[in-house]
Design a protein around this ligand. Structure first.
Ligand code: SAH
Length: 487
């Protein structure tokens, strides 16, 4: 007796016994105990694949799933109990010094049941995982079409995801593999149709086995689809949804990838050219196919004309803005220039983004929970008189105020002027939220009294939310404006 035995999680590949690796075959042939899962009918896909490598005198441990579908009232509980019991059975062999090989169809760490045993045993016994050829690789091989190339991104999705989640993940246009078809095939087909991608999808059943079948997914009878099947949307490196140029004005959100919508992400990925103010453009990772055209933040109409010119030549151009492109940003500028006769044939789309006011508000609580007004303090594009009269009117109407562009390096006095103007309508105690670089690395959110608003603490990366007479700061420092207005 030489101590405990070794545990192996061995991938046996997609079906063809010749696709079992040399190493897997050797381990299967030399194991004391061979373990495989099966449903109650007792047939095991993995064992059938490994059959040629079994000696015939080995102990076989068949692990029969207690439930076959996730319809069971306590599926997770039953499965946890089942894996605990399986782990105990294997531990007994390992304690007796036996070598245990757990067979896994495909690859053990790729949606395999082996990992449930691994998590329970690998820290207790010497363990090795032997990778196998996955069904995704096998599927691509039998469809006979390259799966991913160049800068394409492969997405692997379980068909069991909710339909909306599937649609979201399908929207980027890059190659996709969808596993676990079986009973999910109708949902998967709907999601593909909604994402406009059903015509790209191949159906692959039991790849590399005698029962192999491939077809267009749209043409498959869904009642005949087994669990051992998948859908593949292979590579289309030269694919273009349309060859006509266009300008898409894309909102990046206030900061970071978390606040970029999937729709915006897809538009950025599909563009040939990315145009925008350098700070915002730096937030976008270009792929090698794309060209970036960075500009300073001054002449928006020139930037818009540049983008429209590129589109006129047939390029697909994304113009980026921070936040929402329609809020003090590029959408208006692009549409204004696009209205000129020379750009009459250039399509322009605007894709929304999360605007800074809403990001800041969420950090503070719900200060915009009732009516509010949005005002930019920048007098670069409008005279101060207009700004002052609008502040006056909005404050007189007891609106909460979201103030964009409160200050810049060359423009500092407006915050003080605005504060003094507002104090004519609002009490000194009115809560003011100062959100700076919200969502970004230098995020700060402070709440001060209006009378204490210090202009030297406000710069161009700040947004101010000025409460109405109803806005409350709770003992916890949360700011909200009640849904109901008195009267
Ligand atoms: N289109 C953008 C606004 C552009 S104006 C949007 O919808 O958010 C630029 C102003 O937006 C800044 O001066 C600041 O007031 C505000 N802002 C943008 N990002 C911000 C962030 N992460 N945190 C706080 N304010 C921000």
């Amino acid at each position: 007796m030489t101590g405990v035995g070794r545990l192996y999680g061995v991938g046996v590949g997609p079906g063809d016994p010749e696709l079992v690796t040399v190493k897997a075959a050797r381990l299967i042939g030399s194991a004391d105990v061979v373990v495989f899962h099966s449903a109650r009918h007792g047939r095991s896909v993995a064992r059938r694949i490994a059959e040629p490598y079994l000696r015939g005198d080995q102990v076989e441990e068949q692990l029969v799933y207690p439930v076959t579908t996730e319809d069971s009232d306590d599926y997770q509980g039953e499965m946890d109990g089942f894996y605990e019991e399986c782990a105990r059975r294997l531990a007994a062999h390992l304690d007796a010094g036996r070598t245990v090989v757990v067979l896994a169809a495909g690859d053990p760490f790729f949606y395999g049941s082996y990992m449930h045993l691994h998590k329970r045993l690998a820290h207790r016994y010497p363990t090795e995982v032997v990778p196998g050829v996955t069904s995704v690789s096998a599927g691509a091989a039998v469809v006979g079409t390259p799966l991913v190339e160049r800068d394409e991104v492969l997405t692997v999705l379980p068909g069991t995801l909710p339909p909306d989640t599937l649609v979201e993940h399908l929207s980027h246009g890059d190659p996709v593999a969808i596993m676990k078809l079986g009973r999910t095939v109708d949902h998967v087909r709907d999601a593909l149709a909604r994402a406009g991608r059903l015509d790209e999808a191949w159906y692959v059943e039991r790849a590399t086995t005698g029962g192999q079948r491939t077809a267009r997914l749209s043409e498959v009878d869904s009642s005949s689809v087994p669990y051992f099947s998948l859908a593949l949307l292979p590579s289309r490196p030269n694919h273009r949804r349309d060859s006509v140029g266009e300008v898409v004005v894309v909102g990046l959100g206030p900061a970071g990838p978390e606040w970029l919508t999937p729709q915006a992400r897809r538009a950025l990925a599909e563009a040939d050219d990315l145009v925008g103010y350098v700070t915002y453009l730096n937030r976008v990772t270009a792929n090698p196919r794309q060209r970036k055209h960075a500009s300073d933040n001054k002449v928006e109409s020139e930037r818009a004309a540049f983008a429209l010119d590129l589109a006129k030549q047939g390029r697909r151009v994304a113009v980026v803005s921070s936040g929402d492109p329609g809020v003090f940003a590029m959408a208006g500028a692009v549409l204004e220039v696009a209205a000129e006769a020379q750009f009459a044939d250039v399509p322009v789309r605007v894709l929304p983004g999360l605007t800074a006011a809403h990001a800041v508000a969420s950090r503070a609580g719900a200060p915009l929970g009732h009516d509010y007004a949005v005002i930019s303090l920048s007098d670069r594009l409008k005279p101060w008189d207009v700004i002052a009269s609008r502040l006056d009117a909005a404050a007189g109407a007891d609106l909460v105020l979201a103030i964009y562009n409160p200050a810049s390096r060359s423009r500092a006095w407006q915050v003080e002027a605005a504060r003094d103007l507002l104090l004519r309508h609002r009490s000194a105690d009115t809560p003011v939220v100062i959100g700076r670089d919200v969502g970004g690395p230098e995020e700060s959110v402070r709440v001060v009294r209006l009378a204490d608003l210090d202009p030297s603490t406000v710069d161009m990366r700040c947004l101010l939310l000025i409460g109405s007479s109803q806005t409350v700061v709770t003992a916890k420092g949360v700011v909200f404006t009640p849904r109901r207005y008195p009267g």
